[in-house]
Design a protein around this ligand. Sequence first.
Ligand code: GYE
Length: 327
Amino acid sequence: MRAKTLLMAATAVGFGIAALAGTASAQDLPPLEMKDRYKVGFPQMESNNPWRIAESKSFVDTADSCGWDLIATDAAGSAAKQVADVDSMIAQGIDVLFLPPREEKPLIPAVMRAKAAGVPTFLVDRSVDPNVAKAGEHYVAFLGSDFIDQGRRVAEWTLENFDGETGTIVELEGTTGSSPANDRRKGFDDVMAEHDNMTIVASQTGDFARDLGRQVMETLLQAHPDVNVVYAHNDEMAIGAIQALELAGRKPGEDVLVVSIDGTRDALQAIIDGKMGVTVESSPFFGPLACETMKRYAKGETIEPWVKVSDRIFTKENAADHIDEAY
Ligand code: GYE
């Protein structure tokens, strides 16, 4: 009972401040005070790949200069644990939440509870189902890339650079139910659907993980030995696929074109080594953007629903120039 009363009081005060500052502006989002230090929640979903580690490090590295007392957790690949981590951060009285939702649907209750508790929430790097939870209403904004466009750009690069007559494509999907897996598939598949000579013969999840990518590729190679294009939704699975292909005696870069997304150090090295064709960037360095967006919000600015990150493209033309800044 007591906790509930407190929560309701906090929300009511929140609305009051927003109205006073004139920031209610159609949004009944919880406001954020301007102050020197903020208690900030960053519930990471997992730490099993270089992308996640680079993202977490970017938040840690930004904390001091942005005045964050950072509470960071690691849900070890479990959406349920990530929800529990958000609940615990709310209970600890965070001022602001930067949430990378592992999957589109299971994190929605956590977003709703953060709002009800008066905690402004920014989704970072992944989003939630837009039919249920909306930027500007349930959370402040989504900070991240255009995943449909990333998939489309990989497809277009593949069409320009594939030199066979007919493409037999295996697609390694990211985490089932995650926004980048849904959208990277859509972007790529829609372009390929317009080309009769390019067929996606199998599409299976490798959970954005190198080892699972390798295992899935091993299995799919048995069913589809004629594969000549592998599209992985991230670099870790692409590297796993390269390992599986090589184990099976194939020559990635010669008889199979491997294409993916992220821009990790290992992927740039694979491009330099001629084993991979392209990776469209998806940057993990969200700390500075999170800081800047949070400060704009605290000043009372209305934040655009989607703070879009623009992505470069890495191929053999420029991979060597960027490998030193890669992660
Ligand atoms: O591509 C992948 C990571 O959500 C954009 O998640 C991110 C993706 C990234 O695990 O490597």
